[in-house]
Design a protein around this ligand. Structure first.
Ligand code: AMP
Ligand code: GLY
Length: 418
């Protein structure tokens, strides 16, 4: 079977690495891929949706796995399906679960799925009045996709008012034409994954991310600076509650609304005093959660992804290793602000030789035999260990054998739970 993966990040590298190990697979392509992905599978150029259809037909691709949210929201699944190409990833309609925060909040309200209390506004004056009535802390979100930067957790009323003015004033273009204003929830955050074929859903592990750029959760938010898996807080009882109260009601609701969700539901959860509540849905795998998940995955990934597209997920059994995984993201100095591109990363061979370590690439390119940094988040140094503490020690050992003066990482990934 020939598989094409869409994307260029650490998540796609982790998926490519796992997919390539499947005995069902003869060849894996990735469009556009990156410098590390090209060492594991074949990179190809990423063109328009029509170009991708042509490529799939020419190469007789059996299955396309879409990594990021943007092509999903833009309907790549629908285009490929219309050309009889099987796809892992939801339709554009179902991808609204990530593409529109208002859509998801309204679905939660209609189907009683636990989430923060909220209101949606498309008029600035009404939004400002609502904040003055509710007070702080309060959370302001741009409705549409804003590259993970459209959320302001405001600890004061002034901050909240400023956030509304900024978002509705056009900072994120049309993605901020509507804002969602919601109750501030307190608790521990967990990334929870479930695969679904539109009818059935099965758990697919948990992880915890580190969103702030600096040690001790300081500094601005990023795409994610490191993860570990599984999340220790997710007891069997809590996992069952999440499936029963959040995931399965969502899968059923989407089917009832005639937009069945097929793919991975990535629930950002807040574990509050009264139980798990949904912060948001993503309609794709997490980055850098996937790096840790794939490190722990024991089962063949391909039959599970195929079953999401074709149905029959209930018969698929997913097994994770009992070990813990931990991923440390190495980023270019300056990230998430301005950073330089083009520096050479050395020592990757030495770091890769460590047993139970895999280095997933994000913003890299292979040039004249060197790996060059070309992005903000550049590497995901991932290790497997008997405990999170062991995985942490091994991951930092690998980090320390990488020679890249222009890069940095957090030194405390996983420390909070150790
Ligand atoms: P989101 O993009 O919706 O995941 O929001 C980004 C981050 O803002 C989340 O990871 C949380 O840390 C935080 N956040 C979002 N909504 C809330 C909320 N209602 N209460 C507290 N924190 C929140
Ligand atoms: N790590 C968070 C995300 O993938 O959205």
């Amino acid at each position: 079977m020939k598989i094409l993966i869409i994307g260029a990040g650490g998540r796609e590298h982790a998926l490519a690495w796992r997919i390539k190990q499947s005995p069902l697979v003869t060849h894996v392509f990735c469009a556009p891929g990156n410098g590390g992905i090209s060492q594991d599978v074949t990179n190809v150029a990423l063109g328009s949706q029509e170009d991708l259809v042509k490529f799939c037909k020419k190469e007789a691709i059996d299955f396309v796995v879409i990594g990021p949210e943007t092509p999903l929201v833009d309907g790549l699944t629908d285009t490929l399906n219309a050309n009889n190409i099987a796809v892992f990833g939801p339709s554009a309609k179902a991808a609204q679960l990530e593409g529109s925060k208002g859509f998801t909040k309204n679905l939660c309200r209609k189907y009683n799925i636990p989430t923060a209390a909220y209101e949606c506004f498309d008029e600035m004056d009404l939004a400002l009045d609502y904040i003055k009535k509710k007070g702080a802390p309060i959370v302001i979100k741009a409705d549409g996709l804003a590259a993970g930067k459209g959320v302001v957790v405001a600890m004061t009323e002034a901050e909240a008012l400023a956030a509304v003015r900024e978002i509705m004033g056009g900072k994120f273009g049309s993605a901020g034409a509507t804002v969602v204003i919601e109750e501030f929830m307190e608790g521990e955050e967990v990334s929870f994954f479930a695969l679904t074929d539109g009818t059935e859903a099965i758990e697919f592990g948990s992880a915890q991310d580190h969103k702030r750029v600096g040690d001790g959760d300081t500094g601005p938010n990023t795409g994610g600076m490191g993860t570990y898996a599984p999340a220790p807080i997710m007891s069997d009882a809590l996992r069952k509650r999440v499936m029963d109260e959040i995931i399965l009601p969502t899968v059923n609701a989407m089917a009832t609304e005639k937009m069945p969700f097929k793919g991975v539901l990535f629930a950002g959860l807040m574990i509050t005093k009264t139980g798990p509540k949904l912060i948001e849905y993503n309609v794709r795998f997490g980055d850098p959660e996937t790096q840790s998940l794939m490190m722990r995955l024991e089962s063949d990934l391909v039959p599970a992804l195929l079953a999401c597209a074709r149905g029959g997920l209930k018969k698929v059994e997913i097994k994770f290793k009992k070990e813990a995984a931990l991923c440390v993201v190495m980023a270019a100095k300056g990230y998430p602000g301005d950073y330089k591109k083009g520096s050479i990363i050395k020592g990757l061979d030495k770091a890769s030789m460590l047993a139970n370590v895999k280095i997933f690439h994000a913003g890299t390119e292979m040039k004249d035999g060197n790996i060059i940094a070309t992005g903000g988040r550049v590497l995901g140094v991932t290790a497997l260990g008997a405990t999170i503490k062991d995985a942490q020690a091994l991951a930092y050992k690998a980090v320390d054998s990488i020679d890249w003066p222009e890069g940095f990482c957090r030194r405390d990934i996983g420390s909070k739970v150790i």
